[in-house]
Design a protein around this ligand. Structure first.
Ligand code: NOJ
Length: 599
């Protein structure tokens, strides 16, 4: 058996694949496929913000497998998500009050990269439901003023996509040039070697030999995720037709997976080597396998299409690149994730510096995103408060919520962060995340890959019952060990919970334009453990102060105004009635964060 096929077979025995085989066998023909919509897409009703929602609103990322399971097969699904829309926003302060959902991939996929390997862009994976469920989701979300963004994975398809299957079988056929196929080179002793030195981000060469076609094909990620050939106009047209189809079905935007990797050097030149870096991927300067100038043209075409559907927005995932790229590639209504904040340790000077860098890069006219967590990273509380007890972990989670909802930029909240979820350790046997499985135990020590399953555990909704109320079946991934105490129902009843802090902050943000679109100014203090900044519009000014230390800290605010507390992480009802007069001293408890409104 060829090496890659053996690996594929190993991955196919992952719990996802086994559970799928047992409970929901994938059949592309059975997958829900869109036809041209006969009904006009349902409009967004009563949304908090108009066309400007992409700057003022808050986006909530749903990882669909782990969000809500309606049929107890162990996988979250679209009907489950519909049932939870009121939790996300029912128009009252009892709900979270988010403005948009970014839904990680829901298309049919063999699951080698847990959905980021799409086998059919036009259909819904049966484990998530049907196209009717999708239509209902759009309508129900829009009825609540919630917009829906899909994840577009267009750098690569699954190796089980019909395009790839035809491409590998018939080099001269219609799909022959839809992927990046090349003959190998001859190495020492006439051995066949890949066409260039590019590494896969998930380990190993970025080229795999295909016996069927007798050529190598390129894959920036797994061999089961072949990169498409974006220089082929037919590929571009097919992708844009697909994008239009989903816009016509009523989606309000997209998150673009690794969009800066779409184009590769036309001559596929080898990357220069670097002599630093732990993983082979890091030991190359990625001059030729991403960030090519042709991207700019494509983005113009893509954005023109998206902009022809008023109120739409997109966000591009900047893949392994300098954050300055995030600025260069962003535009009004088209944001780009930069990773400064997600990489910033829990220290006031680090957050001050990260914000200063972001402000210097984006300037007042640019618009950043605020991202502290997602499905590829350690949970916010685990990352910012490693080894912390539950109380400390929650204090950090609440203070981080203040930052995430009051720094300048559009916040993206990853599901579960609102209950202070932490990483869940998964045993080696249970690992699903393919790059974590790939190397095996020994190689893993040399080529470390953090197991992303740890940040993807199913959402615990209730008290009592099995699996924290997520499913009566066997969850596709291990639940957190503390589901009986850390879940939505328990936190609902606790006014001091992380969940209630998020709710209060989200609704406060809705009422205070300074938190949404205000200018940003760092307010220096003499206390290095405290980060203070001001957000201001013509009509209001707020001050945010966060104590990162494990000790009480006092500092003065040099100002002629009087300040009233709008929000306080340490007051059970979230807002103490404290007033600070001009030039006054403020004392913050360990990990306390406050938002003050200038009188
Ligand atoms: C970025 C996605 O966030 C990640 O989950 C995925 O593995 C890679 N892109 C490949 O699609």
């Amino acid at each position: 058996m060829p090496k890659q096929t053996a690996k594929a077979a190993a991955a196919a025995t992952s719990p996802t694949a086994k559970a799928r085989a047992a409970k929901a066998p994938r059949s592309r023909s059975k997958a829900a496929r869109p036809s041209t919509p006969t009904q006009p897409a349902p409009p967004v009703e009563n949304a908090a913000f108009g066309e400007d929602w992409w700057r003022r609103g808050v986006v909530y990322q749903v990882y669909p497998r782990s969000f809500a399971d309606s049929n107890d097969d162990g996988f979250g699904d679209l009907p489950g998500l519909i049932d939870k829309l009121d939790y996300l926003n029912d128009g009252t302060e009892r709900s979270l009050g988010i403005d948009a959902i970014w839904l990680s991939p829901i298309h049919p996929s063999p699951g080698f990269d847990v959905g980021y390997d799409v086998a059919d862009y036009d259909a819904i994976d049966p484990i998530f439901g049907t196209l009717d469920d999708f239509g209902r989701l759009v309508a129900e979300a829009h009825r609540r003023g919630i917009r829906l963004m899909l994840d577009l994975v267009m750098n690569h398809t699954s190796s089980e996509h019909g395009w790839f299957e035809q491409s590998r079988r018939d080099p001269n056929g219609a799909y022959g040039d839809w992927y990046l196929w090349r003959d190998g080179r001859r190495g020492r002793f006439g051995r066949r070697i890949p066409p260039n030195n590019w590494s896969s981000f998930f380990g190993g060469s970025a080229w795999t030999w295909d016996e069927v076609r007798g050529q190598y094909y390129l894959h920036t990620f797994l061999p089961e995720q072949p990169d498409v050939n974006w220089r082929n106009p037919a590929v571009r047209e097919a992708m844009l037709t697909m994008v239009r189809g989903w816009l016509e079905r009523g989606v309000d935007g997209f998150r673009l997976d690794v969009f800066n990797a779409f184009f590769k050097d036309a001559d596929l030149r080898s990357n220069p080597r670097r002599y630093r870096g732990r993983r082979p991927y890091d030991r190359q300067v990625h001059l030729y396998d991403k960030d090519q100038p042709e991207l700019v043209d494509f983005l113009a075409e893509f954005r023109a299409l998206v902009d022809s559907f008023p109120g739409s927005m997109t966000v591009g995932e900047l893949f392994s690149s300098d954050p300055i790229g995030a600025v260069r590639l962003s535009a009004p209504r088209h944001l780009v994730f930069d990773w400064w904040l997600i990489k910033t340790p829990w220290k006031a000077p680090s957050f001050v510096r990260a914000s200063q860098m972001r402000e210097a890069m984006f300037r007042e006219s640019g618009w950043p995103t605020v991202v502290l967590g997602n499905h590829d990273q350690s949970r916010l509380a685990s990352r910012l408060a490693p080894r912390a007890d539950a109380t400390t972990s929650d204090e950090v989670a609440r203070a981080a919520a203040v930052l995430s909802l009051s720094l300048r930029g559009t916040p993206f909240l990853y599901y579960g962060e609102e209950i202070g979820a932490r990483d869940v350790a998964v045993t080696w046997e249970e690992i699903i995340d393919p790059p974590a499985r790939r190397g095996g135990r020994l190689v893993r020590r040399l080529v470390p890959w953090w197991n992303r399953d740890q940040a993807r555990s199913p959402m615990p909704w209730g008290r009592g019952g099995p699996n924290g109320g997520f499913t009566a079946g066997r969850p596709w991934l291990r639940m957190a060990p503390d589901v009986d105490t850390r879940n939505v129902a328990v936190q609902d009843d606790d006014s001091g919970s992380v969940l209630n802090a998020y709710r209060r902050l989200l609704w406060l943000r809705r009422r205070h334009p300074a938190m949404q679109v205000g200018t940003y100014r760092h307010v220096p203090t003499r206390t290095p453990d405290v980060y203070v900044y001001e957000r201001a519009t013509d009509d209001e000014t707020i001050i945010v102060a966060v104590n990162f230390a494990a000790k009480e800290r006092s500092f003065g605010i040099r100002t002629s105004r009087r300040w009233r507390t709008l929000f306080d992480t340490h007051a059970p009802d979230g807002a103490a009635s404290r007033e600070i007069s001009a030039g006054g001293e403020l004392t913050l408890q360990p990990r306390q964060a406050v938002i003050l409104l200038g009188a």
